[in-house]
Design a protein around this ligand. Structure first.
Ligand code: NI
Ligand code: MN
Length: 224
């Protein structure tokens, strides 16, 4: 069984029987976050790209807990240089970690921090708690989402809907059509004024889709 906790923005914590992981732990500087980084206890930290609203507090959490940061090579090296435990990977690569199986997939986005280039942005497909989950990170729509859905039949997909830096709602609805997950959870909206979006509108647009849209509140946990 998989338990998902939404910390707000693009930060989700996943717990299965075998362990736990967190995606893009942007907490301290996120006005919507429900927890501080010093309260996070996880086994793995998956970071999709170097932008500050994604790398967030990853290094601090890794240094305190010993959790391994899984990220594209340049970003993983950046974290390691700052004292984090890191496991560099790249798109197409997969690895079985004690807390779950992780594959890196493409994202159409950049990755830099404080002027330093940190490789390309990625998304993740993970298997944890008996479920297969797609976490796209920040991305625009791309046609190979169809391939991701075909290769890794998805129980759950997180979908950015906030526009400006990611897909807007029209493309987010198309992404769900391409991915065909059992459940879609919207993310990356309403943290800042430039990414305002109504998640209930996203759910309405997909009301006749075979995918069930579940809107999670910031700080909410659900079992999938
Ligand atoms: Ni970004
Ligand atoms: Mn972002």
């Amino acid at each position: 069984m998989l338990e998902v906790h939404y910390h707000g923005h693009a930060c989700f914590e996943l717990r299965g029987e075998e362990g736990s992981l967190i995606f893009d732990p942007f907490l301290r500087d996120n006005p919507q976050a429900d927890m501080r980084p010093d309260a996070i206890e996880v086994d793995g930290i998956l970071v999709s790209h170097g932008h500050s609203d994604h790398i967030g507090d990853a290094v601090e959490i890794s240094r305190r807990t010993g959790a391994v940061i899984v990220a594209p090579y340049e970003l993983a090296v950046y974290c390691r240089e700052r004292g984090a435990k890191a496991h560099p990977m790249y798109i197409g690569g997969s690895n079985q970690f004690p807390f779950g199986w992780v594959k890196l997939v493409q994202a159409t986005h950049g990755s830099s921090l404080e002027g330093r280039y940190l490789g390309v942005a990625c998304g993740f497909v993970v298997r944890i708690g008996g479920r297969t989950v797609y976490y796209p990170g920040d991305t625009g729509l791309f046609g190979d989402m169809k391939l991701i859905g075909e290769l890794y039949p998805l129980d759950l997909a997180f979908i950015p809907i906030g526009s400006t830096f990611t897909m807007d709602m029209d493309e987010a609805a198309k992404a769900v059509e391409f991915l065909r997950p059992r459940v879609a959870v919207p993310m990356h909206y309403n943290t800042f004024p430039v990414i305002q979006a109504d998640p209930e509108e996203f759910a309405r647009r997909l009301s006749s889709s075979p995918t069930q849209v579940v809107v999670m509140g910031f700080g909410e946990s659900k079992k999938f």
